[in-house]
Write a protein that binds this ligand. Structure first.
Ligand code: DC
Length: 220
């Protein structure tokens, strides 16, 4: 299927917001691949598995009972693991950390590949992640890579926490962003990088509406 828009980039850059808006606008399905890695990391944690035990990791990936409940337009609403709503715990920083670490393991990435590719259904798919344009959907017709300075991404994360009625310390958030960047960019397996044919948008000075408008121009 060619009707695929991939949106890759580092954590906190606004991929999720842009992907949701584009899926809604185009009336295409949505794949939040980070949610799959996060849910998998939680499943491994719940099972008490050793992350060095690759055989067990593959088994957990292959039998992962994961369900996305979506609303019209393909917007992600809730994620269920073994029937349990994990949407809230999925978003905490500790889960992101676990996901970032476990996502470096090659057998994990290949065990989760088909599950991600299965999201490509008519009329189209918007896929957000780290390797959507490079590894998961290399033939996608539309590819975007979003960037922003680490400082700006940390500020955005702080604002998001505050909007959720929570709080955070900017220096700690920035340290987490830098640490996760390091791991995501430098890992051996499917490192975070822009596909050669991706449109690169530096969003540091742009509003979310300006980013959505630029992505919209590429697709429409
Ligand atoms: O996008 P996110 O923050 O929800 O992703 C959490 C972690 O999962 C991220 O730090 C790296 C990993 N990930 C990945 O390796 N490949 C993807 N396509 C998506 C996420």
């Amino acid at each position: 299927m060619k009707n695929i828009l991939t949106i890759d980039g580092p954590s906190g850059v606004g991929k999720g917001t842009v992907a949701r808006a584009m899926a809604h606008k185009l009336n295409w399905h949505l794949l939040d691949s980070g949610a799959i890695y996060r849910a998998f990391a939680l499943a491994v944690d719940i099972a008490g598995a050793d992350i060095k035990d690759e055989k067990t990791l593959v088994k957990i990936a292959q039998t992962l009972n994961l369900e996305f409940k979506t609303e019209q337009g393909g917007e992600l609403v809730s994620v269920f693991l073994e029937g349990r709503d994990i949407s809230k715990i999925l978003r905490v920083e500790q889960t992101a950390e676990m996901a970032s670490k476990i996502a470096t393991i090659a057998v994990v990435r290949s065990a989760l590949l088909k599950r991600q590719q299965d999201f490509a259904q008519a009329p189209g798919l918007v896929a957000d992640g780290r390797d959507m344009g490079t590894e998961v959907f290399p033939d996608a017709s539309f590819k975007v890579f979003l960037t922003a300075s680490a400082q700006e991404r940390a500020q955005r994360r702080l604002r998001q926490l505050q909007n959720q009625g929570s709080t955070g310390i900017i220096s700690q958030i920035l340290a987490d962003v830098v640490e996760r960047d390091k791991r995501d960019y430098s890992r051996k397996n499917s490192p975070l990088r822009a596909a050669q044919d991706a449109l690169i948008i530096d969003t540091t000075e742009l509003s979310i509406d300006e980013v959505i408008a630029q992505v919209g121009e590429l697709v429409c």
